[in-house]
Design a protein around this ligand. Structure first.
Ligand SMILES: [Cu+2]
Length: 457
């Protein structure tokens, strides 16, 4: 690893050569690109440094860098951001470089990396590099490994990326608040040999959760467990982009969990093997087939498979209350009550009031119920056959024939070959076989006895 003194000498020489100030630190701060869009950006092919196969961040982007005397330099800006959670709802979050989560950091095993971190938050912060093996003083636990980064200051982290794998970054300063506000990002360290662990499409996202009152914009930071927005990269269905792959592509999906509960992530139509965690790669002999992988709190998982089944496959958290949005939480059960007119009247008095379906909740997916502004319905989203009745941690994995190698654009809904869709039976329906009824014959009207002065007989 290059010593700090060598680095200062190198950058001073560069700075002086360019006729700039001799103070290496100031001259060395690289640009901090920012992203304004919550859409999935195309993979960022490396423009300098060692070659690798870039990942695709779901509803996110990768941070450009510059090479400086053998070091890969990134600039993260911790700052308040506005994130669209799904069309119709925005949240005031904290993040990095314009978005929450922050940009994905991509580098190569053996890279010497230098992160400039500028704090534009209203309070101090740090950055912890989760899963990365590094010198103790670079681990980012405020008070333990370093002083907190004060408001307005820039700190520098320098270390070597010793192992390829799947990691994340987040503050280790006022953690409960800063993570509840959305401060986190993904790290991918690619293998030194770009021909190792090659896949055709490599998707990454973080699993996070917020508690934002219907009609509100700012997360409640003291919530412990009862979150009402279950998100992937701070997006909720129908705001999560679809994962588009070409038939027979080898696919890797990597996920990290910074919520306060586990998430059993389930993919339809394929089986896969878990190939890596934040602790490293899993030997082939230790892998077994799955269709659901449990994503533990504070952990990451990478899984891989060949996408050999064309179609539109559901991809979601299997906790069913994690596939619904704000309005599915803390609403009274009103099955059997027609409340459409009532809802319209109450909402004038109680802006966050929401009626629940009188025959269960399915009708909520199809019906336009009055909602407070900046609020996501409990479940929504339209598919080719009608309402999807989903929210939160749900999206669609689209496998298609004949896509171009780097084409991630939405191919529309799957066109099923004829005779391959479930259909209604229109013939005669025979009487169902029943076990013989052995209960005594009814004896007449039901009488109800109630306690009280008139029930004494
Ligand atoms: Cu979940």
């Amino acid at each position: 690893m290059q010593s700090r003194r060598n680095f200062l000498r190198t950058t001073s020489a560069l700075a002086l050569g360019a006729g700039m100030v001799s103070k290496a630190g100031a001259a060395a701060v690289p640009e901090a690109p920012s992203q304004s869009s919550p859409k999935t950006q195309p993979p960022l092919a490396p423009a300098s440094g060692r070659p690798y196969n870039p990942v695709v961040t779901l509803n996110g982007w990768s941070l450009p860098w510059r090479m400086n005397g053998g070091w890969k330099e990134f600039h993260l800006i911790a700052e308040p951001v506005v994130r669209e959670i799904a069309p119709g709802m925005k949240a005031n979050l904290w993040g990095y470089n314009g978005q929450s989560p922050g940009p994905t950091i991509e580098c190569v095993e053996g890279d010497k990396v230098r992160f400039f971190v500028t704090n534009k938050l209203p309070e101090h912060t740090t950055v912890h590099w989760h899963g990365i093996l590094l010198p103790n003083g670079m681990d980012g636990v405020g008070g333990l490994n370093q002083p907190q980064i004060p408001v307005g200051k820039t700190y520098v982290y320098e270390f070597e990326m010793k192992h390829a794998g799947t990691f994340m970054y987040h503050p280790h300063a006022d953690e409960m608040v800063q993570m509840a506000m959305g401060m986190m990002g993904f790290i991918v360290v690619h293998p030194k040999n770009p021909k190792e662990r090659v896949v055709d499409r490599d998707f990454v996202f973080l699993v996070n959760a917020y508690d934002i009152a219907p009609g509100g914009y700012t997360p409640k930071v003291n919530t412990m467990l009862d979150f009402n927005l279950w998100t992937w990269n701070s997006r909720a269905f129908p705001g999560i982009d679809h994962l588009v792959v070409r038939k027979n592509d080898r696919v890797r999906i990597r996920m990290g969990n910074l919520t306060m509960t586990n998430h059993p992530i389930h993919l339809h139509g394929h089986n896969f093997v878990v190939t890596g965690t934040d602790g490293g790669w899993i030997p082939r002999t230790a892998q077994w087939p799955e269709v659901t992988v449990d994503l533990p709190v504070g952990g990451l998982r990478a899984f891989e498979f060949v996408a050999d089944a064309p179609g539109d496959w559901a991809f979601h958290c299997h906790k069913s209350h994690h596939t619904m949005n704000q309005m599915g939480h803390n609403v009274p059960t009103m099955i059997g009550v027609d409340q459409r007119e009532v809802a319209r009247r109450i909402i004038n008095l109680v802006p966050d009031y929401m009626a629940m379906g009188e025959r269960g909740m399915a009708e909520m997916g199809a019906m336009e119920m009055p909602l407070p502004e900046n609020t996501l319905p409990m479940m929504s989203g339209q598919g080719p056959f009608g309402a999807l009745e989903m929210g939160g941690m749900f999206t669609v994995f689209k496998v298609r024939d004949g896509l171009a190698r780097n084409d991630y654009s939405d191919p529309g809904w799957y066109k099923h070959p004829s005779g391959t869709v479930a259909y209604e039976w229109t013939g005669a329906t025979p009487q169902a076989e029943r076990a013989p009824d052995v209960s005594p014959a009814p004896t007449g009207a039901v009488s109800v006895r109630k306690p009280g002065p008139h029930s004494q007989h």
